[in-house]
Design a protein around this ligand. Structure first.
Ligand code: PLP
Ligand code: MN
Length: 364
């Protein structure tokens, strides 16, 4: 498959991106957030693509995020090195990998939420004779209860420990309010987000009062970034899903950002007057956030196993035949992308760019 071909010539299932819509999503985000003066560090856990991270920098982003160390390894190899790794790096194998990554790429930023975690990284850098300290943020629990040290005295205590670690350079705090991203109702989402932001910025202030250097206060996702940027003291937001969106996000936050990524699928078999079978099942579309939808309204999707799905309809005008193609809208974009090797990015059906999913399968 080459640039210039039409998507109708693609084999299926294939992941396709409508460039006009994706570019409009990027423009909307940057037009809304950049004037506030906030730094935008988009989360590449969604795209797993160095090319897309680079495109976002061209649009105004300052660096990017990845969730996992193994994603950072791939992104750095592909030339994208201004990265915050937003998950804690714990365990001897991973800490050693971090040392090797940091040896080559000094711009890597990490988060810690425990004394054990902080000391292990500090000791490994010491043992490996790496002089330069690694840029470190304290990960704070602002209500998600996933990772993060508790606010108040535990955060102050951890900051003292990080400060005492010669190989860790404390520059800020991360507090991700992931439990609020998909909260239905804009006012409720805003209200709860501002509560989380109060925890985050008050902790940042308390750390500063205790003498720590807190330049970076990073937070936010697609569902909350517009609220985070209004809070004095927040310096950076990390949205990811806005680029492509999915049905779960749309149902929660509406259609400010629109669907730009679809799974192109072929009708393989007819199983009744108003039901057919497509070649996209669990290995092409994830179901943790409900079933995918057809881009064309009026069809109901059902899973028929690993390789197959069904589409049924009521209206005769929606009749589908064997060999026809449909575009499916994922229900949860991040794990769906992780199922595919390439993005076929097209404008009005003509493929303009093909991007590898560089960090596909990188979960370590
Ligand atoms: N920041 C962190 C730490 C995350 O885990 C995520 C997503 O899970 C994001 C930012 C991006 O959020 P979203 O994809 O909702 O924009
Ligand atoms: Mn997700």
């Amino acid at each position: 498959m080459v640039v210039g071909d039409h998507i109708s010539t693609l084999d299926t299932p294939s992941m396709i991106v409508d460039l006009d819509v994706m570019e409009a999503n990027i423009a909307k985000l940057f037009n809304q957030l950049l004037p506030t003066g906030i730094n935008i560090r988009p989360h590449s856990k969604t795209t797993k693509s160095a090319i897309l991270a680079q495109k976002l920098v061209q649009a105004g982003a300052k660096g990017g995020c990845v969730a996992k160390l193994s994603e950072a390894e791939v992104m750095c190899e592909r030339g994208f090195t201004d990265l915050l790794i937003t998950c804690e790096i714990v365990g001897a194998p991973k800490v050693q990998r971090l040392v090797e990554l940091f040896r080559k790429y000094k711009s890597i930023r990490i988060v810690v939420d425990s004394e054990v975690g902080a000391r292990a990284i500090n000791d490994a850098l010491e043992k490996n004779g790496i002089e330069e300290p690694i840029t470190t943020l304290i990960d704070l629990d602002v209500g998600l209860h996933r990772t993060g040290v508790q606010p108040g005295e535990p955060a102050l205590e951890l900051a003292r420990i990080v400060q005492s670690c010669k190989h860790l350079n404390l520059i800020g705090v991360q507090g991700y309010e992931g439990h609020l991203q998909h909260l239905h109702g804009r006012e409720e989402r805003k209200h709860q987000c501002l509560e989380s932001m109060a925890i985050l910025t008050q902790t940042a202030e308390a750390l500063r009062k205790a003498g720590h250097n807190i330049e970076v206060v990073t937070t936010g996702g697609t569902g909350t970034a517009e609220f985070c940027v209004t809070v004095p003291g927040v310096t950076e937001v990390q949205p990811g899903s806005f680029l492509f969106m999915d049905t779960d996000y749309r149902n929660a936050v509406g259609s400010f950002y629109q669907h730009s990524l679809f799974i192109l699928s072929t009708i393989l078999s007819k199983q009744g007057p108003k039901i057919i079978t497509i070649d996209a099942g669990l290995k092409s579309l994830t179901t943790d956030s409900g079933f995918a939808e057809c881009k064309t309204l009026g069809y109901t999707y059902g899973v028929l196993g690993d390789e197959h799905g069904s589409l049924s309809w009521e209206d005769d005008a929606l009749e589908l035949k064997i060999g026809d193609r449909v575009e499916m809208v994922p229900s949860h974009i991040d794990p769906t992308i992780n199922l595919h090797d390439f993005y076929y990015a097209h404008r009005n059906g003509v493929i303009e760019e093909i991007w590898p999913v560089d960090a596909r399968g990188k979960v370590q």
